[in-house]
Design a protein around this ligand. Structure first.
Ligand SMILES: [Ca+2]
Length: 456
């Protein structure tokens, strides 16, 4: 059975609060927000615009076969409880995945962490840096021992107690970290505002210099949820930042005048504290120059597949659907649809089916069973398991499964469920990459960090 995360006594019952899924008050907030914004958004008269609407939109059919995947209208819908895949409703992809006979295991890198939410390493570094939500970055040495002194401790600057989606949420090492020692963290400060801050390592490679800290971007927030939290560098050398809609009634993720509900792209080498890259999509139009993509609810985890030239987002859903989105790195300015649509289903725009300005998910699955919050992962590009090259891994934080697929540019193919092979990992809150590009898995409830390995 799935191991459940500890539930803070002051919080409502799991999983209603986690990363995610709607509770009724937030739905009401959004309804009010949409009513106010209906004119701006030109929803077509506004009547009914506030009511989430399910239409016969593509991609909403759900197979009743326990192990099947249905591809309809461009979005792949995975059935609840699917434990094994390899078949699909798309006749063009009925062959078994090339990895069907591959045996994998999740090898423990280290454990004993307190609510770990991320793990990363500088390129080529044989240590693993683990982010605990309270605000600590711990160092795992190559042999698997966790150093007693943390790399960084920002617990005094961070509010992680006011909500389970708050805390230190992301970490990114500068591409030239080995030379310049610069790294970036994404956290919620004592006012629960979102902060991106830069730090540098000290003379001791296992300890950061706390005095080096510099806030480079701060976003005022009023709610306690949907903060996004991801940070990562692209092959362009720019820093990509994920921000959720913040559950702020004044925030509309369809607006280009707010940073929330977006993925930002900034140049931390071109200005102080940063510059907006000239190639960003909204630098010469109305809208904030930092925005690279928008229309996101809570892009808790996204990744950039440099080899494939694509960005992949796990956007955590509201009422009914969890989704994976992707866009080519060459296509900045993408609108991922929230809250006009939830997944491929119309939400605030009842006539969404005719929209051509919104990118539909490539995969979605319903809030059925324990499924409640997608954990976006990575396209595997490591060297240790060459058969997995090009396979995108993701998980559901609540249901505890781990799955993969290959996106061929148009369709999701070769879906596989690895849950049985990997064993009970608990709640996979994040994936990560080690210094060799191998895939890490982070279980927030059991406090363990794993590395994906071939079992044989
Ligand atoms: Ca979407």
């Amino acid at each position: 059975m799935t191991v459940r995360p500890p539930r803070p006594p002051s919080q409502p019952a799991f999983p209603a609060l986690l990363f995610t899924r709607a509770n009724r008050p937030f739905s009401l907030v959004i309804l009010v927000a949409v009513a106010a914004l209906a004119a701006y958004l030109a929803f077509g008269g506004g009547d009914g615009a506030a009511a989430p609407t399910t239409t016969g939109a593509p991609g909403t059919s759900t197979s009743d076969a326990a192990a099947s995947t249905v591809t309809t209208g461009g979005a792949t819908t995975l059935a609840s409880g699917s434990e094994t895949t390899g078949t699909t409703g798309d006749a063009s992809a009925t062959t078994a995945p090339a990895t069907a006979d591959l045996a994998l295991r999740a090898a423990v890198v280290a454990d004993g962490f307190s609510f770990p939410v991320y793990a990363a390493s500088p390129a080529g570094d044989d240590r693993v840096f683990v982010v605990e939500r309270a605000g600590v970055v711990a160092v795992v040495e190559p042999g698997g021992s966790v150093r007693g002194d943390p790399f960084l401790d920002l617990t005094d600057l961070i509010d992680s107690a006011s909500g389970v989606e708050l805390g230190m949420l992301g970490l990114a090492f500068h591409p030239d970290y080995a030379a310049n020692g610069r790294f970036f963290v994404h956290y919620t400060d004592l006012d629960t505002d979102s902060v991106i801050a830069e730090y540098a390592v000290s003379a001791d490679p296992n300890v950061a210099d706390p005095a080096s800290g510099k806030v480079i971007l701060e976003v005022d927030q009023v709610g306690f949820r949907h903060r996004g939290g991801m940070l990562t560098f692209g092959p362009d050398g720019y820093l990509y930042i994920g921000l959720g809609d913040g559950t702020d009634a004044a925030v509309n993720p369809q607006s280009l005048d707010t940073l929330q509900g977006s993925i930002l792209r900034i140049d931390v080498d071109g200005g102080d504290p940063y510059a907006v890259p000239p190639g960003n999509p909204f630098t010469t139009t109305d809208g904030l120059g930092e925005i690279w993509a928008y229309g996101l609810r809570n892009p808790w985890r996204f990744s950039i597949d440099a080899a494939g030239g694509r960005l992949y987002v796990g956007d955590v859903g509201e009422e009914n659907w969890e989704e994976i989105d992707t866009v080519a790195l060459a296509d900045g300015g993408a609108n991922f649809g929230w809250p006009l649509m939830e997944g491929s289903t119309c939400y605030f725009d009842a006539a969404c089916g005719s929209r051509t300005d919104v990118i539909r998910p490539i995969l979605e699955y319903p809030h059925e069973g324990d499924q409640c919050a997608v954990t976006g992962g990575y396209v595997y590009r490591g060297a240790a398991i060459p058969q997995l090259d090009g396979h995108y891994f993701y998980a559901d934080w609540c249901a505890g499964w781990v799955r993969s697929f290959v996106f061929d540019g148009e369709n999701v193919t070769q879906p596989q469920d690895w849950t049985a092979a990997l064993g009970e990992l608990g709640s996979v809150a994040s994936f990560g990459l080690d210094g060799a590009g191998e895939l890490l898995l982070v279980a927030s409830d059991t406090g363990a960090v794993y590395r994906l390995e071939a079992a044989s």
